[in-house]
Structures are given as C-alpha cells and as structure tokens.
Design a protein around this ligand. Structure first.
Ligand code: UD1
Ligand code: UDP
Length: 358
C-alpha cells in the first residue's frame, strides 16, 4: 500500500515519528512537509532527534494569515497527491496543515475516477470553543476523513455525538510512544541552565489569544512573578511579541529558545510544575507525573483534570495568580490511570488502516 503522510508543525513531527516507523516496515510511505514550521528549532531538530525520514516533498509554505497559509498549502499539495497517486492520505491533529490536506484529498479524483482515502490521527478531540482555529480544523478534518483514529474514550464519545462512530477506531495516543522513548534517555538531555534552577516551573505559551497582545502576555508573565524560577522555552510566535513590544520580564523568568524534544521531555520530568497552553505539553505533564496548570478556560484533554493532575486556571492571569498561591506544588494523591493507552498506538493505527482498506 502507498500512503502519503502530511505533517507541518512541531507536534505533528513528534506524533508522526513512531507511526512512520511502523508504517515503513510494511508499506510505502511518502512524507510531505508543508513547511508551516520551518525554523531549525521548530522543525529540523525533530527530524534529527527522532530519526524521522527526510520529507520526500517540502511544500515550503511558511507563515501567513489562516486563509493565505491554508490556500497556499492546498495549491501546492494538490499536484503532489495527483502525481504520486497514493492509496490513502494520513493526517495528524488540528493544524492548518491538517485542514488543507483534508480538503485537497477529499475532493481529488484520479484520472481513472478513484480517489485516496483519508485517515485522521487524533480524531474526535473537541474543546467546543469555536473561537479557536484548531476547533474548526479538527471538526472539518474529522467529517472529511474516512477512518477516524481516536486517542481516548472521550474522543470516541465526541465522534459518536456527531454521527461518526461507524468510521472511528480507538487506538490510544501516539504521543505516549514518543514520550516514553524520549524519557528513556534519562536526564542526559536536560539543559545545563535547568540544573542550576532546582524546583523550577516549566512554562510554554503559544496560543494567539494568550500571546499576540503584548499587554496580555505581560499580564501572564507578571502573574508568574514569585520566588521560584520559571524556565520558559519560547515559541517563535511568542518571541515575536516579546521582542517587538519589549514586554517586561520578571527576574525569575528565564527565557530560552525552543528546545528539542529530548530536552523538552527532560525539562518536563524535572519540573516542580508545568504551566502551559499547549495540548501536547498538558498530556506530557500527566505522563511525567508533574502537576499542570493550563492557561485556558477549557481543554480537549478533559481526562487529565480528573484527580487534579491538570487544572484549568481560566483565561485570566488572576486565575493563574490564585492557582499559584494555592497548593499546586503538592503532588495530587490521586492515581494516574493510563488514559492515553499503553504506548502501542502506532501499531494499532497501522493495523486499523490495513483492516479498513478494501
Ligand atoms: C500552529 C498551529 C497550532 C499548534 C502549533 C504548534 C494552526 C492554526 N496552528 O500554531 O494548532 O498548536 O502550531 O506549535 O495551524 N513562526 C516562526 N518560525 C516557525 C514557525 C512559526 O517564526 O518555524 C512564527 C511566525 O511569525 C508565524 C507564527 O510563528 O506567523 C505562527 O506560526 P503558525 O504556524 O501560523 O501558528 P502556530 O502559532 O505555530
Ligand atoms: N516541545 C518541544 N520543545 C519546546 C516546546 C514544546 O519539543 O520548546 C514539544 C512538546 O514536548 C510537545 C509538543 O512540542 O510534544 C507540543 O507542541 P506545541 O506546544 O507547539 O503544540 P500543541 O501540542 O499545543 O499543538
């Protein structure tokens, strides 16, 4: 079978790594990078560290408004799929790269009248907040896809509510594999500076609503003013606001460039607390057994809230200030059941595809 996989952003590289490995043992994979993320520290470092094969095609789309970026990806991807004529197209997550590829693949017809099937990894996630661009991307991708590869029971339930149960298979979360492989490296990848800051809080922020307005970003950072150090690997979107508007940084906040995956997992494992608006980092904090505060009103990963391992601080910096004054540094006593599966999602994804193909 010939499968064309589409990736474009940091979390998609991390999710695709284990799937690609299993896929290539039994099938032909053509890897397409849309170029949505392109800095070395947002893209190439993951291909090197996770030994992801070099993309067969890079669409080199780069940044832009949602419409510009999505349209340019569609324009450049259509001839690639038409030329290579894969049996199916494999998509990940909820980014503009996912949406563009879903739209192109769903409408494409080969000259013999056939068309590629679409499989969607991380199907069924919902925040039910239509203010977030990702919510539109994931809803559209799920409804266009033929095979929905859901990570959790909640995702399966969400798909059922939208009449999509017949196309859905629960496979677990593929990030568990990537996380466990990185965690096996121990602390050798822990950045030197973190070793000198025991008890640090690990911070990541990149959602437009949180970081594009310098006053709001400044208010979040101000809420983190405290005795403990904060280690803050900064996404380029956030870095742009910090530098362009000269946002004041509290002394305890240590800004560093984005880090590779091995360093990130080590940073998560050694943190006293994770503070984030990232989907991936919330799950990894749970896997690492480190308490997490999420800088949002809702989360797609609601299972992480059970037992208090993850807490929503609401979308206000005052909520963060209140949460930090609470006992967030004490480990919740509750157990951490394996809500994201057993670390064999990649194998299940490939089997689900094999079972699905007529
Ligand atoms: C995108 C995804 C988001 C995902 C995140 C993972 C969409 C709508 N959003 O958000 O769901 O959680 O990736 O990190 O698809 N930039 C650089 N260098 C890069 C990449 C980006 O400088 O390599 C800067 C550019 O100024 C760009 C901005 O970051 O305009 C935003 O990048 P973009 O890919 O549009 O969205 P993300 O915020 O990264
Ligand atoms: N990540 C990383 N280096 C960083 C920040 C994040 O390797 O400096 C990893 C993180 O461990 C997780 C993924 O990137 O696996 C999450 O990506 P991001 O937060 O950009 O996107 P989201 O998950 O919110 O879509």
């Amino acid at each position: 079978m010939k499968i064309l996989s589409v990736v474009g952003t940091r979390p998609q590289f991390i999710k695709a790594a284990p799937v690609s490995r299993v896929l290539r043992e039994r099938h032909e994979e053509l890897l397409v990078h849309t170029g949505q993320h392109y800095d070395d520290l947002m893209s190439d470092v993951f291909f090197r560290e996770l030994r992801i094969p070099t993309p067969d095609v890079n669409l080199d789309v780069g940044s832009g408004s949602h419409a510009e970026q999505t349209a340019e990806m569609m324009r450049r991807l259509e001839p690639v799929i038409a030329d290579h004529r894969p049996d199916g197209v494999l998509l990940y997550g909820d980014t503009n790269s996912t949406l563009a590829a879903a739209l192109v693949a769903a409408k494409l017809r080969y000259d013999d009248g056939t068309n590629p099937w679409i499989a969607h990894v991380e199907a069924g996630l919902r925040s039910y907040n239509r203010q977030w661009p990702e919510e539109h991307n994931r809803v559209v991708a799920d409804h266009l896809a033929d095979l929905l590869l859901a990570p959790t029971d909640v995702a399966m339930h969400n798909l059922g509510r939208e009449g999509l149960a017949a196309r859905a298979v629960k496979v677990g979360d593929v990030m568990v594999e990537s996380f466990e492989a990185a965690a096996a490296h121990g602390d050798e990848a822990l950045p030197e500076m973190a070793r000198t800051l025991p008890g640090y809080v690990l911070l990541t922020m990149h959602r437009g609503d949180n970081v594009d307005d310098p006053r709001r970003l400044g208010a979040w950072l101000d809420a983190l003013r405290m005795e403990r150090p904060v280690v803050f690997p900064v996404h380029p979107r956030t870095a742009a606001t910090l530098t362009d508007a000269d946002v004041p940084l509290p002394q305890n906040v240590h800004v560093i460039e984005p880090v590779g995956y091995l360093a990130m997992v080590a940073l998560e494992q050694h943190a006293a607390l994770v503070v984030t608006d990232s989907g991936g980092v919330q799950r990894e904090a749970y896997l690492a057994g480190v308490p997490c505060l999420t800088l949002r009103d809702e989360t797609e990963w609601i299972e992480t809230l059970d037992g208090g391992w993850n807490r929503l601080v609401s979308s206000s910096p005052d909520g963060l200030r209140r949460a930090l004054a609470d006992d967030v540094f004490t480990l919740p006593g509750a157990p951490r059941p394996p809500i994201f599966g057993d670390g064999r999602a990649a194998e299940r994804i490939v089997v689900a595809i094999e079972n699905f193909v007529p």
